[in-house]
Design a protein. Structure first.
Length: 283
């Protein structure tokens, strides 16, 4: 297990000598484990959590390791029951892991497995090979499933040589993007000499501890700089219109002006074109 700063690690030990299930969850996120979603299958290592957000409904994340050379039909039935339970609860879910079912296979078993997922409104997001072995056909054993239809989803694979499996990822973007209010600092009344003096004084005091490493000193410098600049200048909240424009930096003042005058030019042009025609028709 590797400790990652800013993340909590939860895991479920395996009953065998191989595998197991674990998740790294950002420390600021609230979550609870959902053992009620376990498929109760001895051939499966799984872990389910419910993530909470103050801005949207909770989501379910499940990670699964399905042991190879076991009954796909039984695993499929158990997974279907879990998905049906989540659909009945109207829960958005993401299921990922090393499933050990090759989705690139043209076998009847694979087609039946995929059809059972699709019939429940589940999308299989990874469609390229994830495992490469010498003298073996590339296979797709690492899956990501979801029933999410409300967000833009960007799945993909990392090209790394850590193992014979390529790590997969999923990025989610909201379709209804809300422009959060932005603020900009007003430097109109900033006294540069006074700011420089106060910053120098604070830095001398805060960075006097030479035992700190470079990362800690930089973090301390950044915090000090922000504290001092906040006392010498203030943040101004942008209007909704300016916030929207700030989210589209490619729209310059010239383009914005053209966007405003374009309808007027079109109207005048159409009048000039249509007026002679109208006069001909009347005469």
């Amino acid at each position: 297990m590797v400790n990652i700063k800013g993340y909590s690690f939860i895991h479920k030990n395996s009953l065998t000598n191989t595998a197991g299930a674990g998740l790294y969850i950002k420390s600021e996120l609230m979550f609870r484990e959902r053992p009620d979603l376990n498929p109760n299958d001895d051939d499966v290592e799984d872990l389910w959590v419910e993530l909470f957000s103050p801005f949207k409904e909770s989501i379910i994340v499940g990670t699964i390791y399905f042991h190879p050379n076991n009954s796909v039909n039984e695993f499929s039935r158990n997974l279907e029951n879990t998905i049906i339970k989540l659909n009945n609860q109207r829960q958005t879910f993401y299921i990922l892991g090393d499933i050990n079912i090759n989705l690139l296979s043209d076998s009847r078993l694979t087609h039946a497995y995929l059809n059972s997922l699709r019939s429940l409104g589940v999308h299989c997001l990874i469609n390229k090979p994830t495992r490469f072995m010498h003298n073996c056909t590339p296979s797709l054993f690492d899956h990501i499933y979801t029933n999410d239809n409300l967000h833009y989803l960007y799945p993909g694979l990392f090209s790394l040589d850590i193992s014979d499996h390529l790590p997969s990822f999923l990025i989610e973007f909201s379709r209804n993007k809300q422009h959060a209010p932005l603020s900009r600092r007003c430097y109109k009344n900033l006294n540069v000499d006074s700011f420089s003096f106060d910053l120098d004084d604070e830095l001398r005091h805060n960075l006097s501890n030479i035992s700190l490493d470079a990362d800690s000193k930089f973090t301390l410098f950044l915090d000090t700089f922000i504290d001092v600049i906040n006392t010498h200048s203030f943040l101004v909240k942008l209007s909704r219109r300016k916030t929207k424009l700030a989210s589209k930096p490619w729209i310059t003042k010239g383009i914005s002006k053209s966007m405003k005058t374009k309808p007027f030019i079109q109207k005048v042009t159409m009048l000039n074109i249509c007026k002679p025609i109208k006069n001909i028709i009347i005469s």
